[in-house]
Structure formats: structure tokens, C-alpha cells
Design a protein around this ligand. Structure first.
Ligand code: RUB
Length: 326
């Protein structure tokens, strides 16, 4: 960790890493806010010093969680224009980019919700996995349109983000049936749509989302239930256009197995031959996804690359969190 990182940035980074702030959109929003705060608090005495502070902040935020591309996309957007001949001009530019980014994020989620709502009919039942604000925006808009929906909500081990979804759906008045993840296939016959969010979308239309999404999508395809992914364009992963893959975050085993359970199962507390793996995300291939709903319209997953090229095609150069940037 950078020792010179500002408390506003350190706090945001800590909240993202510990998942106090979680979900791709919220992570991006928090990162943009932290950069804005960092810029506002800067006492840099030269443009070079200001840029170094921003670079340190971006680096600290970037290293928190690797899978949701909304985070680097946010850092890139807010720091895209750090040319300027005075600290004051640079500060204003970063602050206004951060504000603009956060506003666009809200707007995109709202627009996406209106589009996604059109896929949901009155009386439909959705099945959810994890907790996605983009997915819930579709539900909110469908309800605003006067449709009645019910939901089967997957608990989503190990962190049980399904509870957040269930709570928010109940607040909206949607009847909820909460199930453990293993029960999903049994309930697929009762649902009309699987509705999930995304942390990243690759150029081939693969959807990277909470672990368990891909198994759910395979089962849904087998049962003929359409899979709808609600993901604003902030979730498009530009580096996948040039062959990069999306890193899947591996989280601590303590989320899966408590120390006393480990001691109980293994040969003592430190059994080296008892391994626990805790991948946070998985990859759903495009053939198991029916539609990706963005604020720019809905897309068959295979055609998302066209939108990606349009929005991110001319990106090149150093990243704002890289050491070498001056
Ligand atoms: C969250 C998750 C969500 C996406 C989309 O994982 O997989 O489905 O981030 O969320 P975690 P949103 O809880 O590990 O962060 O639509 O709110 O961006």
C-alpha cells in the first residue's frame, strides 16, 4: 500500500476490499468519489506533484478488487484529462469529471432499467443471483409501469448477497421466495426470466458475474428460461478486445470455512492438504445468455463487441494507475 495515499482514498479502498462497498456500480461510484475528494484536498505545489498524487490514489483503488471492470473504467474516465498548466485547473478538471461520471452512472442505470423493464411482462416471476443494482433498476421500472412481479431469490453463497436483493425487493413490494443456491434448478420451472447483473462483459459476449451465474445460466438454457443480463456499458471490458482475459478474484477461505471448522475437518488446524478455494466470480459463455440490456439498448451477447468498439475503440496509452505515467 502507498504510504502517501490520502485518508479519503485509503478509506474508500478499504471499504471496497472488505466489500462494505460492493457490486460493480457502487465500486465505480465510490472510486470516482474518492478521486474527487483527493483532488479537492490536494496541497500539491506543481502539476507534476498533483498528477503523482492522483496516480497514487488510482493505484490504491485499482489494487482493491480485480474483476469488476467498472473500477478501472471509472479511474480512466475521471483521470482521462490530467493535462493542465496549473494545479487549480487540474483540480477542477478531476472534480468535475468525478461528478459527471457519478451522474452518468445513475442516468445509465435508470435508462437501462426502462429498457430492461420492457422485457418483463405483468405477472412474470424472475430468478435473481447475487445483488445487482442494474438488475433491480429493471424491476423498479417494470413496477413503475404497473406490472406485478414475483421473485425467486438465490441466497448466493458464501456472502449471501441474495439477502440484500430480497430486502430491496420486499421494500418494493415484490413477493419473494428465498432459496439456497442448490435449489435453483428445481425452481426454474416456476420462473419466466433469470435476471442478473455483471461485473465485466468480454468482447465475445461472455458475462463475468458472481460465482454460480454460469451454472444457473446452463440450467436455465436447459429449461428454456431466458437469461437476461442487466449491465450498463461501464461493465464492458475494453482490454478483452485485444485478447486480455478477465482476472477472477479469489477471496479468503475464511468466507467459506471458519477456523474451528477447518480444525474439525482437517488433520489439525493447519492441515496443508486441506485446500479451500473461494473464487468470487465465474464466466458465462455467450451461448447461455439471451440478452445484455444496457442503457444503449439490448444486445445479443455476440454483438456487444460492436458497442464496445464504438465506446472504447480508440483507447490506448498508459493507464492512470501505472507507475510510469508522468
Ligand atoms: C457483485 C455482483 C453483481 C455485479 C453487478 O459481486 O456480482 O452482480 O457486481 O452489480 P460482489 P451492479 O458482491 O462480490 O461485489 O449491477 O450493482 O453493478
Amino acid at each position: 500500500m502507498d504510504r502517501d495515499v490520502h485518508p479519503a482514498v485509503a478509506d474508500a479502498a478499504e471499504s471496497i476490499a472488505s466489500m462494505e462497498i460492493r457490486g460493480a456500480a457502487a465500486i465505480a461510484d465510490a472510486a470516482a468519489e474518492a478521486l474527487g475528494e483527493r483532488a479537492a484536498a490536494s496541497e500539491a505545489d506543481s502539476p507534476a506533484a498533483f498528477r503523482a498524487e492522483m496516480r497514487a490514489a488510482a493505484r490504491r483503488l485499482h489494487e482493491t478488487r480485480p474483476t469488476a471492470v467498472s473500477l478501472p473504467n471509472a479511474l480512466r474516465y475521471v483521470l482521462r484529462d490530467t493535462e493542465g498548466d496549473t494545479v487549480e485547473r487540474l483540480r477542477r478538471s478531476v472534480e468535475s469529471s468525478a461528478t459527471e461520471f457519478r451522474h452518468q452512472l445513475d442516468q445509465a442505470q435508470d435508462n437501462l432499467g426502462q429498457i430492461g423493464a420492457n422485457r418483463l411482462r405483468d405477472g412474470d416471476t424472475i430468478m435473481t443471483h447475487c445483488h445487482s443494482t442494474d438488475a433491480l433498476s429493471c424491476v423498479r421500472h417494470a413496477l413503475d409501469d404497473g406490472k406485478e412481479l414475483t421473485a425467486v431469490v438465490k441466497e448466493t453463497r458464501p456472502r449471501k448477497q441474495g439477502h440484500i436483493t430480497a430486502r430491496q425487493l420486499r421494500k418494493l413490494g415484490v413477493p419473494v421466495t428465498l432459496i439456497v443456491d442448490n435449489a435453483a434448478r428445481r425452481y426454474l420451472d416456476d420462473v419466466d426470466h433469470v435476471l442478473v447483473g455483471a461485473d465485466s462483459i468480454a468482447a465475445d459476449g461472455s458475462v463475468i458475474n458472481k460465482i454460480g451465474t454460469s451454472g444457473l445460466a446452463v440450467n436455465a438454457r436447459e429449461r428454456g428460461v431466458p437469461v437476461m443480463v442487466a449491465a450498463q456499458t461501464l461493465k464492458l471490458h475494453p482490454a478483452t478486445m485485444t485478447g486480455h482475459t478477465v482476472e477472477i478474484e479469489m477471496r479468503d477461505e475464511s468466507e467459506v470455512l471458519a477456523d474451528d471448522e477447518r480444525a474439525d475437518i482437517g488433520r489439525g488446524a493447519d492441515d496443508p492438504d486441506l485446500a479451500v478455494e473461494n473464487p468470487a466470480f465465474d464466466v458465462t459463455p455467450p451461448r447461455h445468455v439471451d440478452a445484455i440490456v444496457t442503457e444503449r439498448g439490448q444486445f445479443p451477447p455476440e454483438s456487444i463487441v460492436t458497442l464496445m468498439r464504438e465506446l472504447f475503440g480508440d483507447q490506448h496509452g498508459e493507464e492512470p494507475w501505472e507507475e510510469t505515467l508522468q
